[in-house]
Every structure is written in structure tokens, then in C-alpha cells.
Design a binder for this molecule. Structure first.
Ligand SMILES: [Zn+2]
Length: 221
């Protein structure tokens, strides 16, 4: 193991990397940048990409924590209600099921999509990429998985569900004694860790690392 500091991620030397600014569409050559810095658009100053400290480790650690919280959210009750001695526990999957039964099919589908399906798809795809990349490897289908991750990253709306629940809880509190369960705190933690996992590593870096892992025989720059 060499002692010199890693300023940037490995990249194939003879491949051109270009990207347009998301804000003003100016085309840029993507040069490697030092760890802890960001590359900005030369026209408008918009941040093009970042080289974060320990990005792979950070994304993987947040991802694993988020996945554990996701499992706790599915298992444990979100809230416990006590209305005149009539105690009921509601978990996130339980809430989806009862919404469906009581005619709120659309809301049930929205909750299932935004709180269960999308976060899980994002976490699974990020870990599928990041865990092998920690060892300089990538698993089959990494490119389609990366595209799924990129397409869905802006569709994480756990926060919306969470805020909606807090608002409904405030109404419920008048009717019954409501206690927040492990499921509630898991969603709160999941929100934070999911954001940490997604912003932990830059897309440019992930694509470069996948590219170099697919050609293990070639010399990295
Ligand atoms: Zn720009």
C-alpha cells in the first residue's frame, strides 16, 4: 500500500469525458479534480461534479445503515394508538394495506412507491455498485443498474410521506393517545441516511470507477 495521498479516483487514460452544464448547457471536458473540491461551469459557475472525501466508503456506509433502517421500518410499528383502551399498532406496510382496504388505493400506491419501492431500489442499486467498487470490481449489469440509480435519485420522497404523517398525527393526537414507534424513528433515520448515501458519491466518479473496473487489465491514469 503506497503512502501517498489519493487526490482523485482512477480513470481510463484514453477516454474522452465530456458533460454539459445542467444550468446553461455549456460543454466541458471533465478533468480529474483534487479530493474535497468541485468543478464548476466556466460560464455560469454551476457545480458540475465533486470529488468527495472517502466517497465510496461514505456512500456504502450510509447505504448499509439506510438499508438496516429500511428493514426496521418494515418490521416495527410506526405508531401505537390508544383510543379509550382500544390499542392499535400501525406499521408502514400495515398503513398501506389499510389505506387500500378503506378505498384510498391511489394514496396506498403512492406510499408504497415512495416509501418502500423507490428507496429500496435506490439503496439496492447504490450498494450493488459501491460494495464491489470498494475492491475495484463491478458486478454484471453495473451500467443498467447505474442508469436506474441515476433515473430514480430525484424521486425519493420519503420526506413528503414523513411530513404528511406528522400532520395527520397532530390531528390524531386529539382523538387518541399516540405513541411513536421504532418504525417512526426508522423512517426519520432512513431519510437522513438515504440523503447521505445518494449525495455521498458523485455520478461522474461512479461512472469512471465502473469504467475502470470493467477493464481490470488496463492501466489507470
Ligand atoms: Zn453553466
Amino acid at each position: 500500500m503506497s503512502q501517498h495521498h489519493h487526490f482523485t479516483w482512477p480513470r481510463l487514460p484514453d477516454v474522452r469525458h465530456q458533460a454539459a452544464c445542467h444550468f446553461c448547457d455549456t460543454l466541458h471536458e471533465l478533468d480529474l479534480i483534487e479530493e474535497g473540491t468541485a468543478a464548476h461551469c466556466k460560464e455560469c459557475g454551476f457545480a458540475l461534479y465533486r470529488n468527495r472525501h472517502s466517497s465510496l466508503q461514505r456512500a456504502a456506509a450510509f447505504g448499509i445503515t439506510a438499508l438496516s433502517l429500511f428493514a426496521l421500518m418494515l418490521i416495527f410499528p410506526f405508531i401505537t394508538m390508544d383510543a379509550q383502551g382500544n390499542v392499535s399498532e400501525v406499521s408502514v406496510p400495515g398503513a398501506v394495506a389499510s389505506l387500500w382496504r378503506e378505498g384510498g388505493e391511489l394514496i396506498a400506491l403512492a406510499v408504497a412507491l415512495f416509501v418502500i419501492v423507490l428507496p429500496f431500489t435506490l439503496l439496492a442499486s447504490l450498494l450493488y455498485l459501491c460494495l464491489p467498487l470498494l475492491f475495484g470490481r463491478c458486478l454484471p449489469g453495473s451500467r443498467p443498474v447505474m442508469r436506474i440509480f441515476q433515473a430514480f435519485q430525484f424521486w425519493v420522497m420519503v420526506e413528503v410521506f414523513f411530513l404528511g404523517t406528522i400532520v395527520s398525527l397532530l390531528k390524531l393526537v386529539k382523538l387518541a393517545d399516540v405513541e411513536l414507534g421504532i418504525g417512526f424513528w426508522s423512517v426519520a433515520g432512513l431519510m437522513i441516511c438515504l440523503a447521505g448515501a445518494i449525495s455521498g458519491i458523485d455520478r461522474t466518479e461512479l461512472w469512471d470507477r465502473i469504467e475502470i473496473a470493467e477493464y481490470p487489465g488496463r492501466e489507470a491514469s
